[in-house]
Ligand binder design. Sequence first.
Ligand code: DOR
Ligand code: ZN
Length: 335
Amino acid sequence: MQLALNSPLDMHLHLRDEAMLNIVAPLSAKSFAAAIIMPNLVPPITTIAALKAYKERIMIATKGEKFTPLMTLFFQDSYDYDFLKEAKEYISAIKLYPAGITTNSEGGVSGIDSESLKMTLDAMSELKIPLLIHGETNGFVMDREKEFVPVYEELAKNFPNLTIVMEHITTKDSVEALDRHKNLYATITLHHLLITLDDVAGGMLEPHLFCKPIAKRPEDREALLKVALEAHPKVMFGSDSAPHPQHAKESCGCAAGVFTAPIALPVLAELFAHHDKLDNLQAFVSDNAQRIYDFRPEKKEVILEDAPSTVPAIYDTVVPMYAGKEIGWSIKSVS
Ligand code: DOR
Ligand code: ZN
């Protein structure tokens, strides 16, 4: 069996910088036509100059591939209309992190409410710049996303012309919120479609599956699978592929992040084929995102086939999800 995908898009990707950028960027650029690039570098990307320089480094690291990095700024509540008007030309979205919630988010927002963010969110609404949110409180780890849903809903209600993307949703509650607000959308990762907390910590601890938000309960995964497999018009694929060097994962104080970029498309194809929903994969990995972001990618055709392949044990310093395991599908060609 084969499947042709037109211009697959990864709507949430960490490419990092320097040596790590050079290891991971080519792996995404090989099979994706474009990706939304996260700005949580050290220091985070908060200026147009830093953003342009980072984009340049990505272009160099992905030279020779048809791949468009869709850049984002790291949200600051000091961004005003004039700054955003100038920035708009260079960015596809702005990413908001609650302060300290995950890797490199110390400079994020403490206290997310409509009043204190009004200046920036009004300007983003007017300029049609999507707001991407890492939606977790600092409550009990299994409840953090659920507790954040009212924040999403307040923002969606108070800024009805703002496109809000709930990033990497992991719960049934977030899925249910999608249909209550016309301006709420979501990205879903590959790993949250595949694993629950049991896979991370139910047996021997699996550091390479540890991420934020942490994988949840079987009923949450079921709810995510349902909307992904039907390619619900408000959900998009965003891998949240988040590489860390092996020593930072296999250590006391394991860094959060699952590295899925090189396996994402074959494993998605295997998953959709398993559920007899291959016809919906194009919408989940490209068409929905094109509509939501009003973006037309360059043409890039990826042919996938149900030929088994073995996932490499390591890419330089980074261990991928399913390292050393056989997966049922592989990439046949890219043109
Ligand atoms: O697991 C995660 N890793 N979640 C995030 O939100 C950030 C990411 C990273 O940058 O490592
Ligand atoms: Zn992320």
